[in-house]
Design a protein around this ligand. Structure first.
Ligand code: G6P
Ligand code: MG
Length: 215
């Protein structure tokens, strides 16, 4: 491909916050009297905060008013932020900073494409905000992945056509979003989950630009 831009999901790709989301959502479920599994949690990756809450409540067979839902979502976010606020630059996943710097040197543009409203805070905490040419997150988008909105907007801000963009994702919904936006997608994680990805990497420590251009 004619690689001009890389678009990155945040949680579980650049930082390990997917684990924090799982912990905080589980705490919410436990306080409401039920539990859910890591396997079920895969279905929450890439999904917005309120939509995630709806899915979890359905698993527990719990029905709440809109006001109660907002209160629980706020509580969950507080627990999540307690974990996020302990993060430092050491919490960027291995190889990520080098890879972003290599892209910059190679003249390839970078954008964040995350459903999270906490994305700006997380990027600042781990000190990688200035390595992105564009940041698109849950504050500018209204449709959750697998809708392509977040990536389509990212490509537009960068001024790069979709077929010259490559997306990095740890969520099945995110791979589908990339494809629906006309982009190729590299899965970061396990082949068992990311069945639709165009390529798979375990992380960023040994990714070569050359091999990505072959996609
Ligand atoms: C990402 C994560 C989801 C999370 C969503 C919203 O897509 O993969 O697990 O629910 O962002 O995050 P937020 O930080 O706004 O609650
Ligand atoms: Mg993710």
């Amino acid at each position: 491909m004619n690689l001009k831009a890389c678009l990155f999901d945040l949680d579980g790709v650049l930082v390990d916050t997917a684990v924090f989301h799982f912990q905080a959502w589980r705490r919410l479920a436990n306080e409401l009297g039920f539990d859910f599994t890591e396997h079920q949690n895969e279905q929450l990756k890439g999904i917005s905060r309120m939509e995630s809450l709806d899915r979890i409540l359905a698993w527990g067979g719990v029905s709440l008013t809109e006001g109660e839902k907002l209160a629980w979502a706020t509580r969950k976010n507080g627990w999540y932020l307690e974990l996020v606020n302990q993060m430092t630059p050491a919490d960027v996943l291995p190889g990520v900073r080098d890879f972003l710097e290599n892209l910059r040197e190679a003249g390839i543009k970078t954008a964040l494409g995350s459903a999270s409203k906490n994305a700006p805070l997380i990027l600042e905490r781990v000190g990688i905000a200035d390595l992105f040419d564009a940041i698109v997150d849950g504050n500018q988008t209204s449709r959750s992945k697998p809708d392509p909105e977040v990536f389509v907007l990212g490509a537009k801000v960068l001024g790069v056509p979709p077929d010259e963009c490559l997306v990095f994702e740890d969520a099945l919904a995110g791979i589908e979003a990339a494809h629906r936006g006309g982009m190729k997608a590299v899965g970061v994680g396990s082949a068992a989950v990311l069945t639709e990805a165009d390529a798979l990497i375990p992380g960023f420590t040994s990714v070569s630009l050359q091999s990505l251009r072959l996609l």
